[in-house]
Design a protein around this ligand. Structure first.
Ligand SMILES: Cc1cc2nc3c(=O)[nH]c(=O)nc-3n(C[C@H](O)[C@H](O)[C@H](O)COP(=O)(O)O)c2cc1C
Length: 340
């Protein structure tokens, strides 16, 4: 039995968000969303995802390029269960990369079949997989083989959308279910819709029905996770209840709110001083864990952390002018001293 079968009902998971839910941010989320679960264990999100990682790069890149990609696979124990998300249209690369994730100690491998980015699609990956179900099936099998899913290894899941240009759930979901992934996360929009229309949660409900019809008594073998526009844990719980989804994935709601998965903390009540301290803690982790990445990636979080309080705009502008973590710390300390 894999961790997917042991999760609470419903369960709440952290979405993969490239250049957002990186190792430093996940560490901060694991710390500040940590709470005691109903079963007595402690944790934050019930499952976390890494950002998507190019399996082709992991297998083929130069040592320097590989080092950078491996940084996207850094995780800490507090983030478990943690799933590594991969993309490729090469069965061979998927098998090898999934084997690597098994070796690295991940709890699962997830395959990205929903990314609308043109550069990803050109490689036949992401949403392009929806147009090629035969290849999608082969990629899932290759991942399972590499991850040794059927012989004591780790489970393989898929994250996808309702369809490409139109809603193809009725054909696409059965095609995926035939491969028995341990979970299917359904971002309830088509590729064409990008994120421009509200997520169609009624289609998540339909996905649960299709899964139940096809798997019957074995329905726990493929968990259905709804995704799109969940604003908070309470909202996610309502969406799970309304659709029967086993779990809900939250993405953009995490911006500036590492307390998101803590059932008793409302981020709007977190004092500004603590928000700034946590932001600085994340910035220092960013420098420590991802020294070769541009600090601008970290600074994108500042807009979400520093808002809705007097002087927020001025502070943000000041911090945007700083180019080192040391200077950022000095500016934040100055602000805290002047405002306490
Ligand atoms: C900045 C950003 C980066 C994303 N990166 C990924 C990714 O690496 N892999 C993936 O499967 N989805 C990615 N997504 C999609 C999200 O995981 C999620 O499906 C989408 O944001 C809808 O959920 P939400 O409304 O809760 O944010 C990304 C979305 C955003 C906004």
């Amino acid at each position: 039995m894999s961790f997917w079968q042991k999760l609470p009902a419903p369960f709440f998971v952290l979405a993969p968000l490239a250049d957002v839910t990186d190792a430093p941010f996940r560490r901060v989320i694991a710390k500040y969303s940590q709470h005691q679960r109903q079963d007595g264990t402690t944790g934050s999100a019930d499952v976390m995802w890494t950002e998507f990682v190019a399996a082709d790069g992991l297998i083929r890149a130069t040592p320097e390029g590989k080092k950078k990609l491996m940084a996207d696979l850094i995780y800490s124990e507090a983030e478990r269960p943690i799933v590594a998300q991969l993309f490729t249209s090469s069965e061979d690369h998927m098998e090898q990369a999934a084997a690597l994730c098994l070796d690295l100690g991940f709890d699962g491998v997830d395959i990205n079949m929903g990314c609308p980015d043109r550069t990803i699609e050109k490689q036949g990956c992401g949403s392009a997989m929806i147009k090629n179900p035969e290849l999608a099936a082969k990629i899932i099998r290759a991942a399972k083989k590499g991850a040794k899913s059927d012989s004591g290894g780790i489970p393989v899941s898929v994250k996808t959308r309702l369809g490409y240009n139109k809603d193809q759930l009725e054909e696409w979901l059965p095609a995926l279910l035939a491969e028995r992934p341990a979970a299917i996360t359904l971002h309830a929009r088509t590729r064409k819709e990008m994120s421009k229309v509200p997520a169609r949660w009624e289609r998540v409900k339909r996905a649960v029905e299709i899964r139940d019809e096809i798997l019957g008594e074995d329905k726990l073998q493929t968990r259905i996770i709804g995704n799109g526009d969940a604003l908070s844990l309470a909202d996610a719980r309502d969406k799970a209840e309304a659709t029967g989804a086993d779990g809900v994935m939250l993405g953009r709601a995490i911006f500036g709110n590492p307390w998101l998965f803590h059932p008793e903390i409302d981020a709007s009540n977190v004092p500004v001083s603590l928000r700034l301290k946590v932001m600085l803690e994340q910035t220092k982790l960013f420098e420590e864990l991802l020294p070769f990445k541009n600090l601008a990636i970290m600074k994108k979080h500042y807009k979400a952390y520093i808002r809705d309080f007097p002087g927020a705009v001025e502070l943000r502008n000041k911090l945007m002018e700083q180019n080192t973590v040391f200077d950022l710390e000095v500016a934040i300390d100055d602000y805290l001293k002047a405002n306490n």
